[in-house]
Write a protein that binds this ligand. Structure first.
Ligand SMILES: [Zn+2]
Length: 263
């Protein structure tokens, strides 16, 4: 039974603690080397801070390939913190090739706001591709193979608990959602609303069946489903809880998804 309670801080937006992004990215680059992680800086601006960190696990010869991304919304610090923990504490199981973008919106994350420095919501730009960050991200993705699964870490400042979107091809069952919710439910409350963001939800699980690609404000997940994968999970931690609870929720969700992938 989870006893974590809402903090009541999030009035009109995320009002919780932030992370030291540059310290975390520096640690990821320095300390993950010993474990064989390869790091790349994908520059989208003139200064050294205007770059996306990309990391690839030592072994990318494994048959199963998983992409993990976070920090596309700068007011969702637990996402980058969770990815850093998974890599730095060696919490990702072997036997899979990992491709990781720990923070897709560094200018927003440094200021603690959802949008990038120019005011764009990057997670609505994967169709129009107007922002340098998304263009840079897509250029790297083009050079990468297809993935068995893509995982996109998010937080929701209004949610009462954890939930996720599971995107699949039509007539394909959602095999990840329930095991993930069951495991995350042990460390963090689950969102029990019957409708989340206007979509029918079943105990924290949203599995859209309509033709969700008929929009021009594509989030990252839509690009993945169109071009890079047949199975995609958007994981949403409730950001009105302690940061460590949300990090634990997200790391548990990723680890469970990996376990299901490995079978
Ligand atoms: Zn988000």
């Amino acid at each position: 039974m989870v006893t974590a309670n809402r903090l009541g801080k999030n009035k009109g937006g995320y009002r919780g603690e932030s992370i030291d992004l540059d310290n975390i990215l520096g640690q990821l680059e320095d300390q993950s080397k010993a474990e064989g992680w390869k790091t790349e800086h994908l520059h989208f601006g003139k200064t050294s801070r205007e770059s996306l960190l990309f990391q690839e696990s030592r072994d990318t010869h494994h048959q199963k390939r998983v992409l993990i991304s976070g920090g596309i919304h700068g007011d969702e610090p637990a996402t980058t913190a969770a990815i850093a923990q998974l890599i730095l504490k060696d919490e990702l199981r072997g036997g899979i090739s990992y491709y990781v973008f720990p923070c897709l919106n560094p200018t927003g994350m440094r200021r603690g706001v959802r949008e990038n420095a120019e005011g764009f919501d990057l997670n609505r730009d994967y169709f129009k591709k107007q922002t340098k960050e998304v263009q840079t991200h897509l250029r790297k993705l083009e050079a990468l193979p297809r993935f068995d699964l893509t995982l996109h870490l998010h937080e929701d400042w209004e949610a009462d608990g954890f939930y996720l979107y599971e995107l699949t091809l039509e007539n394909t069952p959602a095999i990840y959602g329930r095991p993930i919710i069951d495991q995350v439910g042990k460390v963090c409350p689950v969102e029990l609303a019957k409708k989340i963001e206007g979509m029918p939800a079943d105990r924290g699980l949203i599995h859209p069946r309509h033709r969700y690609l008929d929009r021009d404000d594509w989030p990252e997940a839509f690009h993945m489903m169109r071009h890079k994968t047949d199975h995609c999970l958007t994981l949403e931690a409730p950001s009105d809880f302690e940061l460590n609870v949300r990090v634990k929720a997200l790391t548990t969700a990723v680890q469970t998804a990996i376990a299901v992938t490995l079978g």
